[in-house]
Design a protein around this ligand. Structure first.
Ligand SMILES: Nc1ncnc2c1ncn2[C@@H]1O[C@H](COP(=O)(O)OP(=O)(O)O)[C@@H](O)[C@H]1O
Ligand SMILES: [Mg+2]
Length: 340
């Protein structure tokens, strides 16, 4: 049986209006531009893409911190709308956010006890014993024990890795159904990255929490996700289960990404030569057609440079936004969104 859908994102767009001198409208930075996907209850997915492709904007839009320019986000079957205050508060209680910079995310003058109590107080959990229990459990699960040694500490007394574990404990304390983790280990020492991802993974499995793990580092994904989404220039260009994506990448951009990491200490310079030359495009004026076409060695002239490819479903759970697969059927999520 298919798992129940937890989060559904349809044709999501988040554009930022760019003005010169504060008032002359120059255009829109299309940071997220037509993103559709579904996440099942308890599923872990990874969103991978180069810096500037729109990953954080996607995360912040899902968190309700940026209003979407267009499209729809629904959670457990209900549309997420920041304007409907009561529902939105319930949504935020169900979704935890972990960002890149743990120190910036923690109020510097609060003890860990207050930091962890605060979300509970805001959400009407005021019973002292209940709070104590939840805090002790969250800290223990994040390997911040003995708990009493940590409760009176301030964030600056902790290492970066410990700070990020506090952020994860705080995200977990309201028993969320979803955690959005935006580059949660990129700022940390390489030595603690895997451990923190494993702790997050354990929470996901123990409590059946859906996780969106956002990263520019494809090599950390296999510790974590069941599916990978590849993001390029504000689009999800390929979505597939991890093994499928690694063994059978379809989008020329995904193929290039994988080739670049397949031989990390490459004596074989060939590996690097396969990565297409050029830079990711500007999101103010992205190329027409497929945004990857200027860098793509497989492009079909007269098509790829003119018309944006839809999401083709090549096999079950494997979607790709590329004209090379135009004989596959167009994926359902996108068709539905286009109709509505
Ligand atoms: N608040 C904002 N206002 C205007 N432009 C923004 C804002 N946030 C992000 N951008 C732009 O949107 C694009 C995507 O940024 P971001 O989502 O941070 O990418 P990533 O997280 O993948 O590095 C970039 O061009 C960035 O400059
Ligand atoms: Mg980012």
């Amino acid at each position: 049986m298919e798992n129940k859908t937890l989060l559904s994102v349809k044709n999501l767009r988040t554009w930022f209006e760019l003005r010169r001198l504060g008032f002359i409208k120059v255009g829109n930075v299309k940071a997220v531009d037509g993103v559709s996907f579904e996440l099942s209850e308890g599923e872990a997915i990874a969103v991978v893409g180069e810096s500037g492709c729109g990953k954080s904007t996607l995360a912040r839009t899902i968190m309700g911190l940026y209003p979407p320019t267009d499209g729809e986000i629904s959670f457990n079957g209900f549309t997420v709308d920041a304007k409907s205050k009561i529902d939105f508060k319930a949504y935020r209680r169900n979704v935890g956010f972990v960002q890149q910079d743990p120190y910036g995310a923690l109020p510097p003058f609060m003890t860990l006890r207050r930091i962890l109590e605060e979300p509970m107080l805001i959400n009407g959990i005021t019973d002292k014993e209940e709070m104590r229990k939840r805090i002790a459990q969250a800290l223990t699960e994040l390997k911040l024990s003995p708990v009493d040694d940590y409760l009176q500490k301030f964030p600056h007394m902790l290492s970066g890795g410990q700070q990020q574990r506090v952020v994860i404990a705080r995200a977990k304390i309201l028993e969320p159904r979803l955690i959005v983790a935006d580059e949660p280990v990129s700022m940390l020492d390489a030595s603690v990255r895997v451990e923190i991802l494993q702790l997050l993974k354990r929470l996901q499995e123990t409590y059946n929490i859906g996780v969106i793990y956002i990263t520019h580092d494809l090599s950390t994904v296999r510790y974590f996700a069941e599916r990978i989404f590849v993001m390029y220039a504000a689009n999800l260009v390929e979505q597939a289960p991890v093994k499928t994506l690694i063994h059978n990448p379809l989008h020329p951009y995904t193929q290039a990404l994988l080739e670049a990491i397949s031989d990390p200490d490459s004596k074989n310079a060939q590996t690097y030569r396969k990565v297409p030359p050029g830079e990711p495009p500007s999101l103010l004026n992205p190329p027409t057609g497929c945004r990857f076409h200027p860098r793509c060695t497989h492009r079909i002239d007269g098509l790829c440079n003119i018309e944006e490819p839809p999401n083709f479903e090549v096999e079950s759970k494997h979607r790709v936004m590329c004209w090379l697969y135009k004989d596959s059927k167009v994926s359902k999520t996108v068709t539905e969104a286009n109709v509505s």
